[in-house]
Design a protein around this ligand. Structure first.
Ligand code: GLN
Length: 282
């Protein structure tokens, strides 16, 4: 009988990644990763060993771990993810942090999250700001179903869901804060055919020749959906900071700036919508 330790060693060698090997074994056994460490000398049942081998083979074939286990942690939330949704990235937590800076804890602010996918950004904001009313939009019915299940599972009630293309389902509505992690990869970027990206929805990743098609649309339409002194914040590629700041300024946004992620790369740009250009909120 193979022991936990040996199974992990073999899988780590095959996958070239210890974390993936641990996450998949923990999933196969319905245990935590720390349980594996404490039970390194336990023997795996034949059933568990077989289940683990199948999971390791799926990963070897390139399938992202998050799609195999159907889960990914984001902010303080354990989220369901499916191939209908992008897999939430740690760097996107920067967008949540920056949005929270514009959302006082005691204010009743309306927030829109465009292209919510698994609901990661909308749910993290709604969880941190119980008085905010968050509307999560996605064009994909399947993605919205995942986001709705994530809201239910975490008992987050101050988020509602709307199906449609960017602002289409938000006619006549205005928000204090609009956030988005839109697609922003150039459509002929070779990375789209590599690694985990191959398995993720192309509509959530690629956006025209320069990757900015959807960002241009969001900036153009955001003005009609922001309250005075409202903020637009969105994620973009590490090399798009200057281009998106120019787009924001040309669209008459004030206080335009770009923030870097933990690896020091341009990641989120923000702008304030104000006819008077006061934008006094933090
Ligand atoms: N950050 C992702 C990546 O480059 C892309 C996500 C997106 O396009 N919104 O892998």
């Amino acid at each position: 009988m193979v022991k936990v330790r040996e199974a992990l060693q073999t899988a780590t060698q095959r996958l070239g990644d210890r974390t993936d090997a641990e996450v998949l074994l923990a999933y196969a056994l319905s245990k935590s990763r720390s349980w594996l460490i404490a039970h390194a000398d336990d023997a795996l049942s034949a059933e568990h060993a077989l289940a683990y081998r199948v999971l390791v083979e799926q990963r070897e074939a390139g399938e992202p771990v998050a799609y195999i286990t159907g889960r990914r942690g984001f902010w303080s939330l354990d989220l369901e993810v499916t191939p209908a949704t992008l897999i939430p990235r740690p760097e996107t937590e920067l967008l949540v942090e920056l949005a929270l800076e514009h959302l006082p804890i005691d204010a009743d602010v309306r927030v829109a999250d465009l292209g919510t996918g698994s609901g990661a950004i909308a749910l993290a904001i709604a969880r941190e700001r119980p008085r905010a009313e968050v509307t999560a939009v996605d064009a994909s019915v399947d993605a919205l179903a995942v986001a709705q299940r994530n809201a239910q599972r975490h008992g987050i009630a101050n988020v509602s869901f709307a199906q449609g293309d960017w602002f289409a389902p938000l006619q006549g509505l205005r928000f204090g804060v609009i956030v988005s992690n839109p697609p922003y990869i150039e459509c002929d970027d070779p990375h789209l055919n590599q690694g985990d990206l191959r398995f993720e929805p192309l509509s959530a990743l690629a956006s025209g020749a320069d990757g900015l098609d959807d960002i241009r649309r969001i900036i153009a339409d955001a003005k009609a959906h922001l309250l005075a002194d409202g903020w637009l914040l969105f994620e973009h590629g590490w090399d798009q900071g200057e281009a998106v700041r120019t787009l924001l300024r040309n669209a008459s946004f004030a206080k335009v700036s770009t923030m870097q992620d933990l690896e020091g790369r341009d990641r989120v740009s923000v702008g304030c919508w104000s006819i008077s250009k006061s934008c006094d909120s933090p």
